[in-house]
Design a protein around this ligand. Structure first.
Ligand code: NI
Length: 198
């Protein structure tokens, strides 16, 4: 089932999410629904708060990053993206390292806006997968980038929170329009502000 994606301005996106345990009701279905929702919206990551659940879980599928033209030089940051499909439950970022690099990030909750965000290139993260097996792994390149963006979501942080005051001020009007549903998107969204009739 495709779930509505919560738009910028909804308080659930600003709230640190809660850990869950194996008894969390309907978890398998929620994971399946989140994948369906993410693919339909052409996203590469989706965090539970974005579908209105304030729990520490996110999903990723970096396959779209793996599609490069034959005559294009392979982007080393895209290495291994094919098949990078994972569920992260109760993840903990253990360490971030390496040099910060900039990338124009987008977010399904903030449609039509992309801005450069700087993050460290390597992330070490521990988490449970959908079968409750524990992992501790290190990721770099776009994998790390997607993980860091989605992890932010379960901490109540959006990519716009990383922008300079000036850059954010320049986006004020567009962000407020998104909160009011004044944006055209080809996937289902839930907007926090109901526009008053005139
Ligand atoms: Ni996002």
């Amino acid at each position: 089932m495709i779930l509505p994606i919560v738009a910028y301005g909804d308080p659930v996106l600003k709230k640190p999410a809660e850990e869950i345990n194996k008894d969390y009701p309907g978890l398998d279905q929620l994971i399946a629904d989140m994948f369906e929702t993410m693919y339909q919206a052409s996203g590469v990551g989706l965090a539970a708060p974005q579908v209105g659940r304030s729990i520490r879980m996110f999903i990723v599928d970096g396959s779209p990053f793996a599609e490069t033209d034959d005559d294009e030089e392979e982007d080393p940051r895209a290495a291994g993206m094919e098949g990078f499909k994972k569920v992260f439950i109760n993840p903990v970022i253990e360490e971030e390292s390496g040099v910060e690099w900039g990338f124009a990030e987008g977010c399904l909750s903030i449609p039509k806006i992309r801005e450069e965000v700087f993050r460290k290139e390597i992330v070490r993260i521990s988490y449970y997968d959908e079968n409750w097996n524990f992992h501790e792994e290190t990721f770099d390149g776009y994998k790390a980038r997607i993980i860091q963006h989605e992890y932010d979501h379960i901490e109540g942080v959006l990519f716009t929170d990383h922008l300079s005051v000036l850059k954010k001020r320049l986006l004020t009007k567009r962000l407020s329009n998104i909160s009011q549903g004044v944006v055209s998107v080809d996937y289902k969204m839930k907007f926090p502000v109901i526009k008053k009739g005139r």
